[in-house]
Design a protein around this ligand. Structure first.
Ligand SMILES: [Zn+2]
Length: 389
């Protein structure tokens, strides 16, 4: 049995919204006791939080550990290079406090093999759930790495293929996107019937479904089809918010995706910056409205898209805060809400007895200044220190 004694922490209770001084005893990766006057158990390894602010482990619910595969000079897909990069990206997550990622679409099933390698202890990385290839219409957003599917039967088959390959989630493209040339973010793509077929297959085996959905028509199609999370969601109205609240549908805004393109206008193609400018203001407004309406919001960044780094997950909290979200709710979006979205809230998302010992430790108090989330000084997964400085 492994016993660890984490001392001298300022523990962030994300349910009550308060911070208290305590030590934590961790047994075999799970929280055994929490308290101010705990004695260090005999033989326990002692770890000092050094007065840091201890948050439940940070989630990033929208990443692409493998983005589009680069092509070599002779035209072959550089699968090995992309795999190496994905391992490097895992290091970046750990160094920036991320203990859990939901990968929503990769290439060549590298994400699935990467998850398995992490679970087998062959590669260091955050806990990970994956989607395999995204399902998109022929020529639609994501088609270069996704599984093109047309008609409900083909979408059903495409979902079954991803599940057979080992996907935990099914990712579906409801609309066009900023990154794909020739498609507009507002235009619907897979139809309601097509999405419903894929979603049915996922739900049959208790897998959840996420949709890339920017324009309103596509978002409504996806909601009516039974989707579990709306990703990006640039344009949403009260009908969308009411539906999401009634059905428990999550919103993963990924404000960072637009932000990183927006602050690098010289480095992206004209078609991309044009779409970005027109959408960013609407996106921020929708985010603020969704928050005010009480829609469940979980943190994701779309890391892997242009200039969107794998080591800046926490910056999404700064962006959400700038657009009206309360500091505690920013922390919740990246912890308890994210855990609920991923269906792991019974042992993740809060610091409570019985839960997995996943911690993200910040040097400064994020409730006083949200920018303090950018200074992670320790990452702990299952009681094991994955990063510290
Ligand atoms: Zn994405």
């Amino acid at each position: 049995m492994s016993i660890k004694f984490f001392k001298n922490g300022k523990i962030m209770d994300v349910i009550k919204g308060n911070i208290y001084d305590a030590s934590i005893i961790v047994e075999d990766g799970f929280i055994k006791e929490i308290g101010a006057d705990l004695k260090c158990p005999e033989g326990a390894e002692i770890i000092d939080f050094k007065g840091g602010f201890v948050s439940p482990g940070l989630f990033n619910c929208h990443v692409h550990t493998v983005a589009d595969l680069p092509k070599a000079r002779d035209g072959r897909k550089m699968i090995a290079a992309a795999t190496v990069e994905s391992i490097e990206n895992c290091q970046k997550y750990l160094r920036s406090g991320v203990t859990y990622v939901r990968d929503v679409g990769g290439s060549e099933y590298i994400d699935i093999d990467l998850r398995d390698a992490i679970n087998a202890g062959k590669v260091e990385g955050p806990e990970m759930v994956v989607s395999g290839r995204c399902i998109c219409m022929t020529g639609g957003h994501g088609w270069t790495s996704g599984r093109e599917a047309d008609g409900p039967d083909d979408c059903r088959k495409a979902a079954r293929e991803q599940l057979r390959a080992g996907a935990d989630w099914i990712k579906i493209m409801a609309t066009g996107g900023v990154m794909t040339k020739g498609v507009e973010p507002g235009s619907p793509q897979l139809t309601e019937e097509e999405m419903r077929a894929a979603i049915e297959e996922a739900h049959k085996v208790n897998a959840k479904t996420a949709t890339h959905a920017q324009g309103m028509v596509g978002i409504k199609n996806a909601l009516r089809a039974g989707i579990d999370s709306i990703e990006h969601g640039f344009y949403m109205d009260d009908w969308c918010f009411d539906w999401m609240k009634e059905h428990g549908t999550f919103y993963v805004p990924t404000l960072a995706a637009m932000y990183w393109i927006y602050v690098n206008p010289d480095k992206v193609p004209d078609f991309m910056i044009r779409k970005c400018r027109s959408a960013f203001d609407a996106h921020k407004k929708t985010f603020t409205n969704a928050y005010k309406a009480g829609v469940k919001i979980a943190l994701g960044t779309d890391a892997g898209t242009p200039f969107n780094p794998h080591d800046k997950t926490a910056y999404e909290m700064v962006l959400m805060n700038e657009n009206g979200m309360d500091n505690w709710d920013c922390i919740r979006a990246g912890t308890i809400n994210a855990a609920e979205l991923c269906g792991v809230e019974s042992d993740h998302g809060t610091i409570e007895i019985g839960k997995k010992a996943n911690f993200t430790v910040y040097a400064g108090n994020p409730i006083e200044d949200i920018n303090n989330v950018m200074d992670c000084c320790m990452t702990v997964i299952g009681g094991n220190i994955k990063f510290s400085k």
